[in-house]
Design a protein around this ligand. Structure first.
Ligand SMILES: [Fe+2]
Ligand SMILES: [Fe+2]
Ligand SMILES: [Zn+2]
Length: 174
């Protein structure tokens, strides 16, 4: 039976017979996806200085990574690579919008990143970016005082780890 689901990380709704195994918007894993009526989603948080600084940094990371991926989706010289980078760009843009909501900014800041035409170089850059994001989110989750912030950082460690696997598999092929 078709039902309405909601991701507790990005807050977006999804219509389907079953809950998706990964949120189609932010990539959060299955355990964060609930029946819409039962989902607990809150972005109205009072953050201490450490959490606020980490959320501000997270926004910068996601904006930069989304911009890199959209550049790569456009320029990379591999048909499957274009699709991969488009998918990753959309997810990172969704992550940026989570942090934008928590920071109560009217819009996501813009940043223009460079990329290459060689797909392997873009995969290597993706690998470096995801590795940095994972390291940062692990530390931010460990340092978090606010339980909701800790939950979002933890969920995104998993998502960025999924992204890292995608580039790892493709870099090895060469
Ligand atoms: Fe991300
Ligand atoms: Fe990522
Ligand atoms: Zn989501």
């Amino acid at each position: 039976m078709v039902a309405l689901w909601r991701c507790e990380i990005c807050g977006d709704p999804y219509v389907g017979d079953e809950p998706p195994t990964n949120c189609p918007f932010c990539g959060a894993h299955r355990r964060y996806i609930k029946e819409a009526k039962k989902a607990v989603v809150n972005y109205d948080l009072l953050l201490n200085e450490t959490d606020k600084a980490n959320v501000e940094h997270a926004l910068e990371v996601e904006v930069s990574n989304a911009s890199f991926y959209f550049c790569a989706a456009d320029k990379t010289d591999d048909a499957e690579g274009k699709l991969l980078f488009k998918a990753l760009g959309k997810v990172e843009a969704e992550h940026a919008s989570i942090w934008r909501k928590i920071l109560k900014l009217p819009s996501v800041p813009q940043k223009k990143e460079e990329c290459k035409s060689a797909n392997q170089e873009n995969l290597e850059e993706s690998n470096r970016r995801e590795t940095r994001a994972i390291g940062f989110y692990i530390k931010a989750a460990a340092d978090a005082s606010d339980s909701r912030i800790k939950q979002v950082f933890t969920a995104l460690v998993e998502v960025e780890t999924d992204h890292l696997r995608l580039s790892e598999e493709r870099i090895k092929k060469k």
